[in-house]
Design a binder for this molecule. Structure first.
Ligand code: SF4
Length: 99
């Protein structure tokens, strides 16, 4: 686990040139997971808890994960992407969520 979110980015650079540190800092993994749970996606299209946890575990070990919440390959918040049952991992080398 990283010591802090700011520690993972190059010195002097915020996570987003438009938002700066403030906006993304408020979007913690926990906050995004809570928001994803409240999204209007029908229950039949949601990933179950086991699938959701497994996907996010794999994102956690992935070099494309930024700020613990963003996928560098698609720009999605992974907490939202992983919550949709028929979603997939966009890793160019192969779907890291498969199997
Ligand atoms: S490439 Fe796949 S595993 Fe990696 S952060 Fe993106 S969605 Fe997660």
């Amino acid at each position: 686990m990283k010591a802090g979110r700011a520690a993972s980015r190059p010195e002097g650079r915020g996570p987003c040139p438009r938002c700066g540190d403030g906006a993304l800092a408020a979007l913690t993994p926990e906050r995004l997971a809570a928001l994803a749970a409240q999204s209007p996606v029908p229950a039949s299209l949601r990933a179950g808890d086991e699938i959701y946890r497994r996907r996010l575990d794999r994102c956690g070990d992935c070099g494309a994960l930024r700020e613990q919440v963003l996928c560098a390959h698609c720009g999605c918040f992974v907490q939202f992407r992983a919550a949709v049952l028929n979603s997939y991992c966009p890793n160019p080398g192969g779907d890291r969520w498969a199997g």
